[in-house]
Design a protein around this ligand. Structure first.
Ligand code: ZN
Length: 451
């Protein structure tokens, strides 16, 4: 390889001059540099020829991320996305054109960047993150996420944390830590977080920051509606099936369907003195739309790309560690250090105690509800197994039909009836994590005599 010309080398070709701004940062010392930073031309070379960055998601954030990283000098990008391109993506997912509709996002995005920026090679994967194993993820220096799903975010967080290994003295092996930069947007709000697995707060440590999912209890919708959304949900869930006006399933893209729901929801709202049912609201509730704002995506992706750059080049301190952003009224942002939860399900080494009051009255179903509803766990559909008399025993597994049938009776049995004693370990699997979590039952009823 030819020697790298210095920033002031007048013979530098146009393509080399392109990186002069980066050289100013990477080849000079400065008052804001990290204390252990050694300026060197080798760093740009590392970014261009060695650093391997994985971008998860090729949607609104992903397009921005790929463009930012490619133009920042990164030469080896990989992108995973399981979606195909739709018309409604084109206003902000600028790597796609009308002729790309129906094609995989990852492949189109990679092709666009590869054609446009000749110093960068993007490898696409038209797949789910769950399709890859730990060997795949360990090859990357930094992983950056632009996901719109909390379950997927929790899964990748759990995967990256599970790659951490510990040295003999119990300390984390720094070589096994793959930094995870996570960006998220919703309308005019966004956030960026920097996660050093097992060293700083992970997604699961701060799970209670995520707002509860917008689902309304059926009883509220049916009998005590208070919000315009309740009225729309009622028509969507109950009235549509009952009256079946078009003899087909409700289609959020069919204006006739939406108009029908709108009329009925309006009737119901009037009956209950509720205002605020509009055609637009009906569309939003029926299609479960999270509005996407291009400028929010751009700002959040830029902040993420900046963190990837700092992480890969080691030139500046990384953000510590959670940035909130809001551009609804002007621009508001603040950054704080989210604290690591020492009992975190995912990133702590601590055994998980599952506190239960009375094992004689607590049923397995109660435990499952607790795992789903507690802000700390927020599981989706946990399967539970245990070891009894040296043998694996499945207590509940609703994701597999035959096992669900066979274990249904366990749900109404108390933990005592199931033979689960204080200190018994339960192995819990869920869609939010690639690994099984071991939990230890802890009965808090001190005067319950267990035999
Ligand atoms: Zn954690």
């Amino acid at each position: 390889m030819a020697a790298t010309p210095s920033p002031c080398d007048s013979s530098a070709s146009a393509s080399n001059k392109k990186w002069n701004n980066l050289r100013n940062i990477l080849e000079r010392d400065g008052p804001f540099c990290k204390t252990d930073f050694t300026p060197s031309p080798d760093i740009l070379d590392f970014l261009q020829n060695t650093a391997k960055i994985l971008v998860i998601g090729a949607g609104g954030l992903g397009c921005e991320l790929l463009k930012d990283l490619a133009m920042m000098g990164f030469g080896d990008l990989h992108v995973i996305d399981m979606d195909t391109i739709e018309l409604s993506n084109l206003n902000r997912q600028f790597l796609f054109r009308r002729c790309d509709i129906g094609s995989p996002k990852a492949e189109c995005a990679a092709r666009f960047i590869n054609q446009r920026i000749n110093t960068c090679s993007v490898t696409p994967y038209f797949a789910k993150i769950q399709d890859f194993d730990d060997l795949f993820y360990t090859q990357f220096h930094v992983i950056v996420c632009g996901l719109d799903s909390i379950v997927a975010r929790r899964w990748i967080n759990s995967m990256i944390n599970s790659l951490v290994t510990y040295q003999e003295d119990g300390n984390v092996d720094p070589q096994s830590v793959i930094p995870l930069i996570d960006g998220g947007t919703e309308g005019f709000k966004g956030n960026v977080r920097v996660i050093l697995p097992s060293l700083t707060a992970c997604v699961e440590c701060t799970l209670d920051l995520f707002p509860p999912q917008v689902t309304y209890p059926l009883c509220t919708i049916a009998s005590k509606p208070r919000l315009p959304e309740h009225c729309v949900e009622y028509v969507k869930i109950i009235q549509w099936d009952k009256e079946n006006p078009f003899s087909c399933a409700l289609d959020g893209d069919d204006p006739q369907h939406i108009s029908w729901v709108y009329e009925k929801a309006l009737d119901r709202a009037n009956k209950h003195n509720i205002t605020g049912v509009t055609y637009r609201l009906v569309q939003g509730v029926v299609k479960n739309i999270i509005p996407a704002v291009a400028s929010t995506n751009a700002a959040i992706a830029a902040a993420c790309a900046n963190e990837v750059f700092k992480m890969a080049s080691n030139c500046y301190e990384c953000m510590s560690n959670f940035m909130n952003f809001n551009d609804l009224n002007g621009i508001y942002t603040y950054t704080y250090a989210a604290e690591k939860n020492e009992e975190c399900l995912v990133c702590s080494n601590a055994p998980q105690a599952l506190n239960v009051g009375n094992p004689y009255t607590t049923t397995l179903d109660d435990v499952i509800h607790m795992l789903c509803e507690s802000p700390k766990y927020q599981m989706k559909n946990p399967g539970i197994t245990t070891i009894m008399y040296g043998k694996n025993k499945t207590l509940h597994m609703s994701s597999v039909g035959s096992i669900a049938e066979r274990t249904r009776a366990n749900l109404t049995m108390s933990l005592y009836q199931l033979g689960l004693r204080d200190g018994q370990q339960l192995m819990v699997s869920d869609a939010t994590s690639p690994r099984t979590i071991t939990m230890q039952l802890k009965y808090n009823l001190v005067d319950v005599e267990m035999n």
